[in-house]
Design a protein around this ligand. Structure first.
Ligand code: SF4
Length: 372
């Protein structure tokens, strides 16, 4: 950012002083979400705090012009804020506003969720499995499984799954040509440097070596394995190991045994994940500022409904009906997939309860809501 001239600096100081006075005179110290707007009315930053007034005033105390707070407030021509009942409500509302408004400072400074990783299945005509990190994962479309911790180990195990089933791992823009298309279209050259088809770890959808339905069937097997419904990839490795051992090829058998172990660990990780995601299904009661208590209906780690704490038998009835609708409708039967638009909220809820396990004491199973 270019340095300000003395006149600009004076104008800047005046504008900041006026903004500070507005905050000082009207903001309260309670949970809320705030937005910084540019002169054109563009929301440039969304933030949250349990004490909105204190948080906003801290922006005006940023000592160095290059500090994040100083840079944000210098762009702001006005500040808006709205109050919510609790810190949990503030986190949710902040996330939803950021997703809707995509303010440029939030996008540039994305919340650091990179230690979480997801397995992503995507890729058009010949899908592939990849590991993606961070909260922006869901922005890229496809089917997601996760979140996991430990992207490297996950990547290794996933490679074994891809090898066992012959799935491709080249870039999404690589041209594919299935065997049943080869007569109609020319076969493109294989991606330089890739020998996976030659060594038998990829079916070769790039060089018309496999029909589309055969490749699709392997993709189906990969998904079934990740969702705990099929052990075919492990059966393949076991059969190969037996064959190698019968042929006294012990080195080969040992390699296959190591691959099998990595796949077993991947299967266990997915089983744990399914359990963890399923266990994040309950009603969560959050005491709110000034008695504004809320009931959140959380199913598979995502907030599906929010209600003020009921005060009358009728209101309890409404809440019970909402619970029935939320928790009985189309469950995914323990499958660990996450629709891409839910990834960020799942990360938020997972991180909220894993860093504050005591909050689980404020949850009740959906079927117990409203029971004495
Ligand atoms: S063999 Fe072809 S399809 Fe398979 S990973 Fe290599 S380039 Fe991709």
């Amino acid at each position: 950012m270019p340095a300000l001239t003395p006149t600009e600096r004076r104008g800047d100081a005046k504008r900041l002083a006026a903004l500070r006075e507005v905050v000082r005179g009207t903001a309260a110290d309670r949970p809320g979400v705030y937005r910084m707007l540019s002169e054109e009315g563009e929301v440039v930053y969304v933030g949250k705090s349990t004490k909105v007034r204190t948080r906003l005033l801290s922006y005006f105390r940023a000592a160095y012009p290059k500090e994040k707070g100083a840079r944000i407030v210098r762009e702001a021509a006005s500040i808006e804020w709205s109050y919510v009942p609790s810190e949990f409500a503030a986190l949710l509302e902040e996330l939803r506003q950021i997703k809707r408004l995509r303010p440029r400072f939030n996008v540039a400074m994305k919340r650091d969720a990179r230690h979480y990783a997801f397995v992503r299945m995507a890729g058009g005509v010949a899908p592939r499995l990849t590991v993606v990190r961070g909260s922006g994962a869901g922005e890229r479309g496809g089917v997601y499984y996760g979140p996991f911790v430990g992207a490297e180990r996950l990547r290794d195990a996933l490679r074994e799954l891809g090898d066992a089933l012959g799935l491709r791992d080249c870039t999404l823009d690589a041209r594919m040509r299935f065997a049943d298309q080869a007569e109609l279209l020319p076969v493109p050259p294989r991606t330089p440097g890739c020998i996976r088809h030659e060594i038998g770890t990829c079916l070769g959808p790039c060089v018309a070596a496999v029909r589309a339905d055969v490749y699709d069937d392997r993709v189906r097997q990969a998904r079934a394995f990740l969702e705990g419904r099929d052990d075919e990839p492990m059966e393949r490795l076991r059969a190969g190991m037996q064959e190698a051992s019968d042929a006294l090829a012990f080195e080969r058998a040992a390699v296959l045994r190591d691959k099998l172990q990595r796949l077993e660990s991947l299967r266990e990780q997915f089983a744990r994940l399914r359990f963890a995601v399923e266990s994040l299904s309950f009603a969560y009661i959050v005491p709110g500022h000034g008695g504004e208590d809320r009931f959140y209906l959380i199913r598979r780690g995502v907030v599906r409904g929010e209600f003020p704490a009921p005060k009358s038998p009728d209101e309890w009835g409404v809440l019970r009906e909402a619970c029935a609708r939320t928790f009985d409708s189309g469950t995914s039967g323990g499958v660990a997939t996450v629709p891409s638009h839910e990834v960020d909220e799942l990360l938020l809820v997972t991180s909220w309860f894993s860093t504050r396990p005591e909050e689980l004491q404020a949850t009740v199973p959906a079927e117990a809501v409203g029971r004495p």
